[in-house]
Design a protein. Structure first.
Length: 584
């Protein structure tokens, strides 16, 4: 039995900080569980960045989802104004107030009423806030905004002392509090102290880039807890605030071997006979007019027919345009819209920044939970960001979709040159399968050729197939090799016609030769029959002579024998007569 080393020790388990979940989509993931329980959190930012909405949603979701009553004390908006504002987010604040789950207290402070004396304090606020907390047993508190408490106070010593008292009082009260503050010029807040006495500091920004606004959230500090340190875009819409963690997932997601058909049988055969892997990412790139949207629509149509949910994000055409255009090639997407298996989300890329598009897509996918997602085309996103920024956004999107086991198809516009075919999309090295459609100009025509550039994890064809869009859908024509290489379009049809004509002529020539041979055979057979008859006649004549001679010989022989016999008979009679006379 081994001895325990003298200097060994048992590590004490690290205590986990208790947290209060916010219920705000994405924020609890970034904070690893929520805000510090029983401690104050500072939410700061410039005007219009969403401080009030974040704090009021924290209070409302606490009441609705966690049964924790809350107090919202506002120094700017009246209770009625606040109710009207949050109603646009789908929250009925008045009902929660009537149910005594939330108490809204508007405190009006006049700057002229504040006396700058050494006796200035917040005792009155503490009494009023304490009464509001005790009246409903509040667990959560929001103060919006703190600058109004000290708007007429210039004595920094009093201000700092009262700020410390306020934060400590909230801690002693045991409530989880959010305090909003305006952004300072050289500090996070105007006073420059709140961020130091707060246990958690959240910074909100409303950034303008290329005339496009993007709201961003960052956890500046969080005492006693790990947290996300990046900037995270967030969206304010009818469902409240949605924050998207934009850090890429670790490369440890589980993969599936199940297949998802492309909706084009001949393309599935090029992909090993099965199609794409479930949860994989597919890129369809090509020049304008090569049929990228048609392939994506065919993919969606087939999977909707087998009761899979599909979501189509269009950045170039409206849903009605896509429905009309696809109906002309025999693809009816409208029926899938009616039965709820298909949803369209169409918008110009310039309506949001890249991060906001990512948030919107993330949110819609979480809500609808589709099996198939299409983004058509991703190259339009370059209008709101550089190629590297678009690539970074799509990397995060691919990671998210892989984690959700969603199969995604991207379409991308490629420039008409070889270099950009390989690099323009930016994510060609990241996707699992890449289909490239190229223009093939030959014989005065422009035709389409489809290549499977790559398909990870499955055998795939290395051939170029002619891609045809017909009234009955999409088709891939088998490779047709002529004397000068692969033939497409009318050149292929003309060569096939020539071959068919040659076969017909060859067949006709062979038939003519066969008839000539047949005629010669019949003539020869007739000659043979005639000669056979002559031979038989000659043979019969010869046989007649032979038979006559033979018969003559037989007759002569018979006659000779008879003569001999007759001669012998006379001699015998004479001898008998002689003997008889002697005896007498």
């Amino acid at each position: 039995m081994s001895k325990k080393p003298k200097n060994s020790f048992k590590a004490e388990p690290i205590s986990t900080l208790a947290k209060s979940p916010t219920g705000i989509s994405g924020l609890d993931e970034i904070t690893n569980g929520g805000l510090p329980l029983g401690r104050p959190t500072l939410v700061c930012g410039s005007a219009g960045c969403g401080k009030t909405l974040l704090s009021v949603e924290f209070i409302i979701r606490g009441a609705l989802e966690f049964n924790e009553p809350g107090v919202f004390m506002t120094f700017e908006e009246k209770a009625q104004e606040l109710s009207m504002n949050v109603a646009s987010l789908g929250f009925d604040l008045d009902k929660l107030v009537r149910d005594k789950m939330i108490r809204v207290d508007h405190v009006h402070i006049e700057r002229s009423e504040i006396e700058e004396t050494g006796e200035y304090d917040l005792d009155g606020l503490f009494i009023r806030l304490g009464h509001a907390i005790d009246s409903i047993g509040a667990k959560r508190v929001a103060l919006d905004t703190i600058e109004n408490l000290f708007s007429g106070l210039s004595n920094q010593n009093i201000l700092r002392a009262e700020l410390r008292r306020l934060f400590q009082w909230l801690k002693d009260k045991g409530v989880t509090a959010i305090i909003t503050g305006e952004r300072g010029e050289s500090s996070l807040t105007r006073q420059g102290l709140e961020e130091y006495v707060s246990d958690c500091v959240i910074l909100l920004e409303n950034r303008i880039s290329n005339q496009i606004s993007t709201r961003l959230l960052r956890i500046v500090k969080y005492r006693g807890s790990t947290h996300g340190t990046n900037e995270y875009p967030f969206l304010i819409d009818e469902d409240g605030i949605s924050v998207l963690p934009v850090t890429s997932l670790q490369l440890d997601v589980h993969v599936s071997r199940d297949a998802v058909s492309s909706g084009i049988e001949s393309l599935d055969k090029m992909l090993g006979g099965h199609g794409f892997f479930k949860g994989s990412s597919i890129l369809v790139s090509g020049t304008a007019g090569t049929g990228k949207t048609s392939i994506a629509s065919s993919f969606v149509d087939y999977n909707c027919q087998i009761n899979k949910k599909c979501m189509y994000f269009a950045f170039e055409e409206s849903p009605m345009q896509i429905l009309r255009n696809m109906s002309s090639i025999g693809i009816d997407l409208s029926k899938h819209l009616k039965n709820g298996l298909l949803e369209f989300h169409a918008s110009r890329p310039t309506i949001h920044g890249l991060e906001m598009h990512l948030v919107s897509i993330h949110k819609e996918i979480k809500r609808f939970k589709p099996d198939i997602v299409v983004l058509d085309p991703i190259t339009n996103l370059i209008t709101v960001g550089s190629v590297s920024e678009v690539k970074a956004m799509l990397i995060r999107l691919v990671d998210f979709l892989q984690n959700e086991k969603v199969t995604v198809m991207f379409t991308a516009l490629a420039l008409n040159n070889t270099l950009n075919e390989q690099t323009d999309e930016g994510i060609s090295s990241l996707v699992d399968a890449w289909l490239l459609i190229r223009d093939i100009e030959f014989n005065g025509e422009r035709n389409r050729g489809l290549y499977v550039m790559k398909s990870r994890g499955m055998g795939h064809s290395n051939q170029v197939r002619e891609f045809i869009i017909t009234d009955d859908g999409l088709k891939l024509v088998e490779v047709y090799l002529g004397p000068d290489g692969v033939l497409t379009g009318s050149a292929r049809e003309a060569h096939i016609l020539r071959e068919q004509t040659g076969v017909a002529l060859h067949g006709q020539a062979i038939s003519r030769k066969d008839r000539e041979i047949s005629r010669k055979r019949r003539v020869l057979e007739a000659k043979i029959a005639s000669l056979q008859t002559e031979f038989e006649s000659a043979e019969e004549e010869l046989n007649k002579v032979y038979i006559e001679e033979e018969l003559k010989n037989q007759i002569m022989q018979q006659t000779r024998l008879e003569l001999i016999n007759k001669r012998k008979g006379r001699e015998t009679l004479t001898e008998k007569q002689t003997k008889s006379r002697k005896t007498r």
